[in-house]
Every structure is written in structure tokens, then in C-alpha cells.
Design a protein around this ligand. Structure first.
Ligand SMILES: [Zn+2]
Length: 191
């Protein structure tokens, strides 16, 4: 074996099977049906203030190295007649996180899907993640957190709405540590 291991030793015998099973679960988002997941949770309401769900945990796999990236997702939207059941938000995040991803695409897919399903005045998604392909392999990036955002509708057009959302998802520990940095051209390099 190229890694210098003995693939026939006891601990490794069933590893290919286990890895296959794990990978099937970690990519189960491809088979998930967004409509089936959301359809009984779309409601008509007379409410047009910002709806925010913050600190949704997510775990995804970087498509370049098949190593995990994971962290928190914050979602907001301003409805115009329709809302999405709050409990569906983590499910929606999982559907797109359980695929081979880059963080930027994952962020966009969540925002675009909410936009399509309830046609709100705007959608904002911010994701903060640790990438093991950076922290396990790099030497200076162990503690870096990558942040991505997708701003649609009023969140893109109106700076005050955007700022209100960004203020609401700020956590005290983050502000003091100053650990979150926006990394343009973030996707891990394909080396
Ligand atoms: Zn990677």
C-alpha cells in the first residue's frame, strides 16, 4: 500500500466498507429532495420583519481534498407573504452541506434556494468555517476561520438592512478575538 500500511491487518480490514458508508452519508444531500423537505413548512403570513436563524452547525466536505470543513451558518430573510418553518432551516443547510462542496457555493445554494421557495424581499447567508485541508496541512493557518456571505435582494441593495443583520449575528467572543476574516478567493487551492 502506498501509505506504508499493511491493509490486511485487523483494524483496517473493514475500513474500505466503513469509509464507503461514511462517504455515502456525508454526500447524502445529493439524493435529498428539497421540495419534499420544505413543502409542508411553507406558510403564508402577514409579517415583513427580518427572520434570523443563527448558529446553525454544519459539516461539509471540501471537494478538492475530501477533508471536512465545518462551522456555523447564519440565515436571514425578509418575507413578503411567505415564511419557511424555522426548524427547516438546519435541514436545508444539511441538504447542501452533505455534498462535495466549496464554502462559497454552499453559501450561495442555501441563499438561492430560500429565494426560490418563498420569494422574500431579501436573503442573507453568512457561513464561518474551519477547513481541515488548511488547518491540518498548513503551518500558519491552524486557527483561521473562513467567512463567506451571500446577500440577495434588500440585503444587497440596502446597506442598513445588511448592517442590521451583521450586527445581529455578531458574537462578543468573536469581536474581541477578531478571528473572523473575510478571505477573498477563499476556496482551498487544488494542490
Ligand atoms: Zn480542500
Amino acid at each position: 500500500m502506498e501509505l506504508g500500511e499493511d491493509p490486511s491487518r485487523e483494524g483496517l480490514l473493514d475500513t474500505p466498507k466503513r469509509v464507503e458508508k461514511a462517504l455515502k452519508f456525508l454526500t447524502s444531500g445529493y439524493a435529498a429532495d428539497v421540495d419534499a423537505t420544505l413543502n409542508n413548512a411553507l406558510f403564508s403570513v402577514d409579517y415583513n420583519e427580518m427572520v434570523i436563524v443563527r448558529d446553525i452547525d454544519f459539516y461539509s466536505l471540501c471537494e478538492h481534498h475530501l477533508l471536512p470543513f465545518f462551522g456555523k451558518c447564519h440565515v436571514a430573510y425578509i418575507p413578503q407573504g411567505r415564511v419557511l418553518g424555522l426548524s427547516k432551516m438546519p435541514r436545508l443547510v444539511d441538504i447542501f452541506a452533505r455534498r462535495l462542496q466549496i464554502q462559497e457555493r454552499l453559501t450561495n445554494q442555501i441563499a438561492q434556494t430560500i429565494c426560490q421557495k418563498i420569494d422574500p424581499l431579501g436573503v442573507a447567508v453568512v457561513m464561518e468555517a474551519t477547513h481541515l485541508c488548511m488547518s491540518m496541512r498548513g503551518v500558519e493557518k491552524q486557527n483561521s476561520v473562513a467567512a463567506t456571505s451571500a446577500m440577495l435582494g434588500v440585503f444587497r441593495e440596502d446597506a442598513r438592512t445588511r448592517m442590521e443583520f451583521l450586527e445581529l449575528i455578531k458574537r462578543p467572543d468573536m469581536m474581541s478575538r477578531g478571528s473572523v476574516s473575510s478571505v477573498p478567493g477563499l476556496a482551498c487551492v487544488s494542490d
